[in-house]
Ligand binder design. Sequence first.
Ligand SMILES: Nc1ncnc2c1ncn2[C@@H]1O[C@H](COP(=O)(O)OP(=O)(O)OP(=O)(O)O)[C@@H](O)[C@H]1O
Ligand SMILES: [Mg+2]
Length: 1107
Amino acid sequence: MAKMEVKTSLLDDMIGVGDMVLLEPLDEDSFIDNLKKRFDHNEVYTYIGSVVISINPYRSLPIYTPEKVEEYRNRNFYELSPHIFALSDEAYRSLRDQDKDQCILITGESGAGKTEASKLVMSYVAAVCGKGAEVNQVKEQLLQSNPVLEAFGNAKTVRNDNSSRFGKYMDIEFDFKGDPLGGVISNYLLEKSRVVKQPRGERNFHIFYQILSGASEDFLCKLKLEQDFSRYNYLGLDSAKVNGVDDAANFRTVRNAMQIVGFMDHETQSVFEVVAAVLKLGNIEFKPESRVNGLDESKIKDKNELKEICELTGIDQSVLERAFSFRTVEAKQEKVSTTLNVAQAYYARDALAKNLYSRLFSWLVTRINESIKAQTKVRKKVMGVLDIYGFEIFEDNSFEQFIINYCNEKLQQIFIELTLKEEQEEYIREGIEWTHIEYFNNAIICDLIENNQTGILAMLDEECLRPGTVTDDTFLEKLNQVCATHQHFESRMSKCSRFLNDTTLPHSCFRIQHYAGKVMYQVEGFVDKNNDLLYRDLSQAMWKANHSLIKALFPEGNPAKINLKRPPTAGSQFKASVATLMKNLQTKNPNYIRCIKPNDKKAAHIFNDALVCHQIRYLGLLENVRVRRAGYAFRQAYEPCLERYKMLCKQTWPHWRGPARSGVEVLFNELEIPEEEFSFGRSKIFIRNPRTLFKLEDLRKQRLEDLATLIEKIYRGWKCRTRFLLMKKSQVVIASWYRRYAQQKKYQKIKSSAIIVQSYIRGWKARKLLRELKHQRRCNEAATIIAAYWHGTQARRELKRLKEEARRKHAVAVIWAYWLGLKVRREYRKFFRANAGRKIYEFTLQRLMQKYFLEMKNKMPSLSPIDKNWPARPYLFLDSTHKELKRIFHLWRCKKYRDQFTDQQKLIYEEKLEASELFKDKKALYPASVGQPFQGAYLEISKNPKYKKLKDAVDEKIIIAEVVSKINRANGKATSRIFLLTKNNVLLVDQKSGNIKSEVPLGDVTKVSMSSQNDGFFAVHLKEGSGAAGKGDFLLSSDHLIEMATKLYRTTLSQTKQKLNIEISDEFLVQFKRDKVCVKFIQGSQKNGNIPTCKRKNNRLLEVAVP
Ligand SMILES: Nc1ncnc2c1ncn2[C@@H]1O[C@H](COP(=O)(O)OP(=O)(O)OP(=O)(O)O)[C@@H](O)[C@H]1O
Ligand SMILES: [Mg+2]
């Protein structure tokens, strides 16, 4: 299906007609209508045979994508809709495959899209030609030469924001495989006047603006430039910024392109220095100065700019200054110097700027050529691309337009020549009879311009070289004389009076009837521009520059090579280069792209009929169609023709077996096409009228519809049938699958049923077998049990019998023994009664004792003296023995226990024993003291620094050191005192100060009294008349009363060998000074807790309430 959509001819889906040759009727209106119709449908390309007409769409169309490149690649020219790629492909393929050098001639007026077209051609060729690192580099260099040349050679004009101000022809060279090798660029006539002056609304060359907007501060500083455009007189200010153009970005692109093309850094630098110098030249201004001899002289106003230019270019300032002030004319060894007036100085300045820039441009082209030059010497195939200014008709046409139009005349000439030649060659090749074709040959106009004797250019040169006063008017006069009779020359003043009254033709003008229309030229400036003079002083000054590029640009300035001959004029130079170009083009196969500008507004979608009509006229496009259609309008090789129309005839449809030509013959006969309408060539059919072709196309269209219906019908039938067959086949497959499935299911069911039945039977059989086996086993077991029982019964019977037997035997033996015993006893009874009783008693007793002790041994209690356990008495008769044994054992284990004591422990226990003897059951305080160890020195006198003095005073061993309360005799209140007991004394010491209050030798202590109650009060009675007794007895209270009393008792005993009297009574007398006071202990309330309180009741009674 997809294939059906592929185009096979440009006739398919054609909007208007894709090839103007097929236009019916052919006239200007239908031509324009056709273009317009196509333009409105975004078809910007239309053919005239092999010529492509391109209308500038002024917007980017999606028709240049890589996919499009692929679409047009290796396709026949007429196969797809008209496109610049089709032409490029055709040219490239015939170059590569047929070894024919090609040239692509792009013409059209300014803004028509020539430069864009040339770039599209180049990019297409780059895309389809060979690949590889080296080839890609060549391609890249060729493509990148464009931005460089555009920056220096293009400018914004009122017609085009990127107008090429030079003609360009580029030869791209290929090797035999079609891979690019390199290229050569030729440039034609740069519009250098733009450097010094631009018309309103136009700009100078792009590079000036790019450098100022895009270069870094640093770089600008190096070039002595400032960013501000208004600083430079040469930059037209009214349109310095162009919409949609980023000068700064373009500057980067240009520098990058220069690098890719191969410019060295110093070369780039030099180029920009020259550009800067040109820009700065415009700022040099002159003022008049009169000299004595009356001659006008000029002077530079501000030398600063001049100085900077000289620094930039390495020119001696004085030399350049002089060159702006003087002009030296040399003639036959004579040198004459004249001064320049202000106008002349400005003229000289501008001439220098123009020359500098145009020579720089030519140098750039040469330099690029050096880079892109093919590196090999092998034979190359060449594709030339010519992007040259189109025919120009302005209001004021000057020398430049004249030159440009001359170039276009030449191109038209070559077009006619080559087209006709090709047409003729094709007729001959195809064996078709050649009939004369009527067309306008513009050779006559070319002759008017370029004839060596009478041509306008020759005349101009002659005038320029002529001695004497030469002006533009004298030149016009000459023209009027020489060309007066020429058919295409018109002038008011010519001898031919035809135009005497033509007011549209001013006196200072002449008019030429170009092939594309009449153009009126203003004669002013022709001589000057043709002369293109630069004063020798200036070229010499430039040559002297210390700047290699500038020096190279002005070789004629070298005094050693002084050439007094005038340099060739601009006109003759151009004529020569055009001649070379034409010669070059003639050797190549031409391909034409004719660009048309649809409107003057640079706007998309606008088609200005009048403007297009004008261009069609001067491009000679109708002429073009006519030439092309002179013989036969349409031709096509037999094969594609038969392929396209074979459905129109039964014999050729669907297949023609014979040769294509006879197939076409049969076809045309069948269709009854009049014989004069076509002719059979060798390989092509030639159709005279487009009408015939369209008839064929209509028939084809109709037939295609029928065929489509037929195909649709057959296809539908086929589709339904195949669907039916498929369904049938599917049904069989499904049925068979289903049957298989059903059978499978059935089989599985039977199988599982069989297995179930089988398993039931097997189960039943097994159970039956099991039952049998079980029965058998049970029978066996029963037999065994019965046997066992039987054997058991047998055994028991036997046992019973044996036992009975044994019992009987035993009974017999016993009876026998008893009998014997009885007999013996009866016999020995008399002896036994006398002794045996006592003996048996002793023996039995002995046995019992023995048993008692042995058992006692095992039942002994623990060795702890406090263990109260003692085994129970076994026999009553051992009661006293048992108690005695207990006592002995207790004493023994107490001794054992005591034996473990150390001497110190013994001492402690002795003391405790002493205490027990003294106080047990006498003093209620005693039981609480039993568990308390006696420590003696509760206060550590020696360790406490407070009592150092006390310690020194008491040098004996301290037995007791304890804080006691001393009861005040007056009120019964207590005061703390330290109670010290040493070997010999009792001391009372002040607790705070450590001072000894009383010291009593033990011999003076007569008695210690205390209550029987639970209190710590005690009185120490002193011997009457002793030294210490003066103050009376001590009434004290201590928490360790029992210990203190015991120790006091023991110490006194060991010291005085007398027992200290210890009185325990609840009422005793105490000697207080001279009086005796009774201390009485009463059972008091528990008001003060457990602390006893002491109260003086009267002079004789002190009452202590013990809780
Ligand atoms: N095929 C195209 N597609 C889109 N825009 C185009 C195309 N061709 C031309 N243009 C637009 O038209 C402008 C002018 O085209 P171009 O510079 O090629 O004209 P030209 O014929 O070379 O003019 P000049 O003679 O002044 O150099 C381009 O800058 C571009 O904007
Ligand atoms: Mg251009």
